[in-house]
Design a binder for this molecule. Structure first.
Ligand code: DAH
Length: 354
């Protein structure tokens, strides 16, 4: 009688091969090697035929148990490998949400603050509210009538060249455009006051404006203005000049003053440009102010009777003044910002300074 196959040895070899497999492909190959047609187990089974009945039963039982054990080892290893591979896949695609959890895990979340332009708008509003003005706002998309016509700038008027803009095709019968200044809010306010029968008006109107301009150190194509309007009885140019001077010293400080120079705007008559002491040289004269000691801030004047007529206000009964200037320009002058484009570049190192 020949020595029977070493069944425990077969199982030990299979166990070692299975233990060494590390990937799905490797375990597939090992499975073929230890349980396939050419495996030692299969060969041992083929030898059963040459044994007598009792020896066959005995070895058959051992081989059956051995195969079951090897199958179980294979299955356990397969699921271990699958688990490892899935875990690796998960780890690779993991998004660590704890980074976004406020507080404990990632530390305190840094708090932002208002943009310098918003801070400037708020500060300007505060000054005017302190002087008795209300605050109002109007739409950024206007019709031709509000942006131009009602402000005494008829179609083809040469003054339109000063306010070239972006026209919108909204399918409306009227021409619509991005407003080039906050002056159209004057029209909305006066219309409303007439409708509600609550003249006089004393209001400032801050907001975003648009122009077909190439940005440079002192201009942006999207910028901000604040408009002022007073409509009351007996309002004179002296009220306008006094308001401008009071605002200038309140906002820029007691050593900064204002002056008015004759100018032209279609919606005011007479009109003026108002300038304030150069905040860089404090009036000495420097490059920024072209050695004049003054910097132009905005326009102003007495409301033109033609504007009153377009909103149905009786110019014999009421008079008024208006002004408008750039909020971004104010921020630039107050904080001595060399290039206005810094306001829209969103460089956090710049914005953090304010
Ligand atoms: N809207 C003018 C502009 O953007 C500025 C201006 C001038 C406003 C005179 C006024 C004013 O209210 O009276 O250039």
């Amino acid at each position: 009688m020949t020595a029977g196959p070493d069944v425990p040895g077969l199982v030990a070899d299979a166990r070692a091969a299975i233990g060494a497999a590390a990937t799905t492909e490797e375990i597939r190959q090992v499975a073929v090697a230890v349980t396939g047609k050419k495996s030692p187990l299969a060969e041992a089974s083929r030898a059963l035929g040459s044994l007598d009945a009792e020896a066959r039963r005995e070895l058959g039982r051992h081989l059956h148990e051995a195969r079951a054990e090897v199958e179980a080892l294979l299955e356990a290893k397969r699921s271990e490998i699958r688990f490892d591979e899935l875990s690796a896949e998960l780890a690779a695609s993991r998004l660590d949400l704890t980074e976004y959890v406020p507080g404990s895990v990632a530390g305190p979340v840094a708090r932002g603050h208002l943009h310098l332009v918003s801070q400037t708008r708020d500060a300007l509003e505060d000054v005017f509210v302190g002087m008795g003005f209300d605050v109002a706002e109007g739409p950024e998309i206007e019709t031709d009538w509000y942006n131009f016509g009602a402000l005494n700038i008829p179609p083809a008027h040469p003054a339109r060249g000063m306010w070239d803009t972006f026209y919108l095709d909204l399918g409306e019968p009227e021409t619509t455009l991005l407003r080039t200044h906050t002056s159209p809010v004057q029209i909305h306010l006066m219309e409303r006051a007439v409708l509600d029968g609550n003249l006089p008006v004393h209001a400032v109107m801050p907001g975003r404006c648009y122009r077909r301009d190439t940005p440079d150190a002192r201009h942006l194509a999207v910028f901000h203005q604040i408009e002022g309007l007073v409509v009351d009885r007996g309002i004179t140019f002296a009220d306008l000049a006094g308001t401008i001077e009071t605002f200038t010293t309140a906002y820029f400080g007691p050593d900064i003053h204002s002056r008015l120079r004759p100018a032209y705007f279609p919606f005011t008559e007479p009109s003026a440009e108002f300038e304030v002491t150069c905040t860089i040289c404090r009036g000495e004269g420097c490059r920024t102010c072209s050695q004049t000691g003054w910097i132009e801030l905005g326009g102003c004047g007495m409301v033109d009777p033609a504007v009153f007529a377009s909103v149905g206000i009786d110019a014999d009964d009421w008079t008024g003044f208006a002004f408008g200037f750039g909020i971004d320009r104010c921020a630039q002058m107050r904080h001595q910002i060399a290039d206005m484009r810094a306001l829209i570049e969103n460089d956090i190192r710049f914005l953090r300074q304010f």
